[in-house]
Design a protein around this ligand. Structure first.
Ligand code: NAD
Ligand code: DAU
Length: 357
């Protein structure tokens, strides 16, 4: 990238995207950052309130499945780089409504690839330099591990949910555009994130919200499934690192080296919540309720992030216990945010904010 680059970040009003937008807007004042987001239930401009008036930040409301709109946007801004996070991201929703995942995660990604290919005039005889299309993906494309082993960049794809199948498909398209058109792409596959601005349908923020309100905490099956948790700000730092230093055509795995069984994680969370809320020990844990398992529930995810650590020098900055405590404190002090995202009230914030301009 050059100092004055114009960067498109898709899905910047969502959980991880908002952290990425914040890092790029603050750290690179000479970049022009364009945040393109449809503002679905998962996207809220209030997640970016602290940077909305920065002069290098622009928001565009739009849908990546709209081919003409996407192409016009690329023609208007002549982006030098793309960091693509926009997606339908919740596994349970993909089980009840797979087609939305195909539309946004597959068709939307291909629309962005086509627009970048056109604007950068990428073809096999014209390798493009100084541009980058960075696709943010997930470890779920690799499927499920048994008791042993880790996902590496060479692990074969084996997705099981409609969500992971749609992300795997989009990864394949991104690679195909590199092989076929020499589009300058890079992909990263990350493990489970946690932290501030996480929509309270995912395990950790859902459990925090329910414990706070003395509601049952639903644990799927026996709670034996294992996830590898990473603090969202560490993911944003990895994305910054890969966007600037990642090798074109490469894939990087990102993970926290931090495996937790769901039930152990929930018990740790309950202990933290009891302390923070001044409750008798065991009060929060009494809310744990085992419920019907998720269909096709992957048993274990765990990432080998050594390529990223060895080649680009990134590593997680925070211990899980510390990150979880920080996250609980954030949710307990952001009650208004929680109420507004769950009620949809932030959609009015968008209308009001843009009515003012
Ligand atoms: P999220 O659901 O919080 O945010 C997604 C954002 O995309 C929202 O702001 C939403 O409004 C926007 N969006 C959805 N459909 C759109 C469309 N058609 N056009 C434009 N914008 C649209 O998701 P997240 O958890 O922040 O995940 C971001 C990315 O990171 C996704 O690609 C996801 O697959 C990937 N990822 C997530 C995790 C995780 O633990 N959350 C881990 C690894 C990878
Ligand atoms: O691994 C990366 C993926 O992590 C991302 O690609 C996805 O976008 C993100 O949503 C996340 O997927 P998971 O399915 O792992 O996250 P979720 O928070 O939905 O669930 C975490 C674990 O907790 C999983 O084993 C299912 C379980 N769970 C989840 C919910 C919502 C429960 O036991 N109870 C619940 O209520």
């Amino acid at each position: 990238m050059t100092k004055k680059s114009c960067i498109l970040i898709t899905g910047g009003a969502g959980f991880i995207g908002s952290h990425v937008v914040r890092v790029f807007v603050k750290k690179y004042p000479d970049y022009t950052i364009v945040n393109l987001d449809k503002l679905t239930y998962a996207g809220n401009l209030a997640n970016l309130k602290d940077i909305e008036d920065f002069s290098n930040y622009n928001f565009v409301k739009g849908d990546i499945t709209d081919n003409t709109f996407v192409l016009n946007l690329f023609e208007q801004y002549q982006f030098d780089g793309v960091i693509h996070l926009a997606a339908e991201s919740h596994v349970d929703r993909s089980i009840s409504n797979p087609i939305e995942f195909v539309m946004t995660n597959v068709i939307g990604t291909v629309n962005l690839l086509n627009a970048a290919k056109k604007i950068w005039n990428a073809n096999i005889d014209n390798p493009v330099s100084n541009k980058k299309f960075y696709h943010i993906s997930t470890d779920e494309v690799y499927g499920s591990l048994g008791a042993e082993g880790l996902f590496t960049e060479k692990t074969a794809y084996d997705p099981h949910s409609p969500y992971s199948a749609s992300k795997a498909s989009s990864d394949h398209f991104v690679r195909a555009y590199f092989d076929t058109y020499k589009l300058p792409v890079v992909i990263s596959n990350c493990s489970n994130n946690y932290g501030s601005f996480h929509f309270p349908e995912k395990l950790i923020p859902l459990a925090i919200n329910n414990i706070k309100n003395m509601r049952p905490v639903p644990v799927y099956g026996k709670g034996e499934n294992i996830r590898d948790w990473l603090f969202v700000e560490d993911h944003a730092a990895a994305i910054d690192c890969i966007f600037h230093q990642g090798k074109i055509g490469s894939t990087y795995n990102i993970g926290g080296n931090n495996e937790w069984k769901n039930i152990d994680l929930i018990h740790l969370l309950c202990q933290i919540m009891d302390k923070k809320l001044d409750r008798t020990e065991g009060t929060s844990a009494s809310l744990i309720t085992f419920v019907k398992d998720r269909a096709g529930h992957d048993l274990r995810y765990a990432i080998d992030a050594s390529k990223l650590q060895n080649e680009l020098g990134w590593k997680p900055s925070l211990k899980f216990e510390e990150g979880l405590e920080k996250t609980v404190s954030w949710y307990l002090s952001h009650e208004e945010w929680l109420n507004n995202v769950t009620s949809g009230a932030y959609k009015e914030y968008y209308t009001e904010q843009y009515a003012k301009r």
